[in-house]
Write a protein that binds this ligand. Structure first.
Ligand code: HEC
Length: 252
């Protein structure tokens, strides 16, 4: 019988695919471990894409193994029969045994596929614990954190959030060494005293300080140095809206 596929070719190809399967399996286990899908890539492919490559290589290898078994079927049948003590010629019965074996295997696989398809469940609290958090993160994306929450919802602490802004951006002109306009940022009463105080606790929109720090007031010298970055301005605003509390400075 002239064979279309040579055993040697099949086996060489199977060996190549097996090495490729091991290599891509290694990629999925070590350089791109579970949970790294959103963060890492290797040679232009993500973990997800490498998973697909690994799958198709493995499937190709499986097909070659089946071809290999088919090419050797006659030998397999003779060997099994000899072990069972029967030595009749296998010429006709080999087709029947081949069909029988293949249909049993297919039936088992179909049963398994059906069982797997119908048993898929969403992860519940009780079994979520066995799944490392990075697996969950793979599906749900980054979990919202305090850093991504809108600034208006933030708890603003004067000495840790607001004063450092004054200290860094204002103190050298409005501090102990220089008091431009007689105003000092390190003196509480300079913010709240006078007939029109710079800060109206509870209302950032009525506070003249915000007009200066947002860069809206143009009729003053050095208006440019008073304009704060948006996130700094948001913090100062939130501090004023929350009552502009200025507690005693904590001892460091
Ligand atoms: C480079 C120096 C400089 C820096 C830095 C600076 N200022 Fe000023 N500031 C001035 C000058 C100059 C004036 C006077 C403007 C005028 O009178 O026309 C002024 C005026 C003011 C006034 C009004 C004072 C008044 O009596 O009219 C306030 C309030 C003020 N600054 C707050 C701040 C705050 C808050 C910061 C930090 C975000 C700051 N300044 C940073 C130079 C500075």
């Amino acid at each position: 019988m002239k064979r279309i596929l040579d055993n040697l070719h099949v086996d060489v190809l199977a060996a190549v695919l097996m090495v490729a399967m091991i290599a891509t399996g290694y990629i999925l286990r070590f350089p791109l471990p579970p949970g790294s899908n959103k963060a890492l890539s290797l040679w232009g492919l993500t973990r997800h894409q490498w998973g697909a490559v690994h799958f198709w290589i493995s499937l190709g290898l499986l097909v070659l193994v089946v071809v290999h078994v088919c090419l050797h079927w006659q030998w397999i049948v003779v060997t099994v029969k000899r072990r069972l003590g029967r030595t009749t010629s296998p010429s006709k019965s080999s087709y029947i045994s081949g069909l029988l074996t293949a249909s049993v295997l297919l039936a088992v696989l179909a049963l398994f596929g059906w069982a797997a398809q119908t048993s898929v469940k969403p992860i519940t609290e009780s079994i979520a614990g066995v799944c490392p958090p990075e697996y969950a993160a793979d599906q749900t994306g980054p979990i919202a954190s305090a850093e991504t929450a809108p600034a208006s919802n933030q708890q603003v602490a004067f000495w840790s959030d607001v004063y450092p802004i004054f200290e860094k951006s204002c103190l050298h002109c409005h501090g102990p060494s220089k008091q431009v306009g007689g105003f000092r940022v390190d003196r509480k009463e300079d913010f709240f005293a006078g007939t029109t105080p710079w800060v109206v606790p509870g209302s950032s929109k009525d506070s003249p300080l915000i007009v200066i720090l947002s860069g809206e007031r143009k009729d003053m010298a050095r208006a440019d140095v008073h304009r704060l970055a948006n996130e700094q301005l948001t913090l100062v605003r939130a501090w004023i809206d929350a009552g502009a509390k200025w507690p005693d400075r904590p001892a460091n």
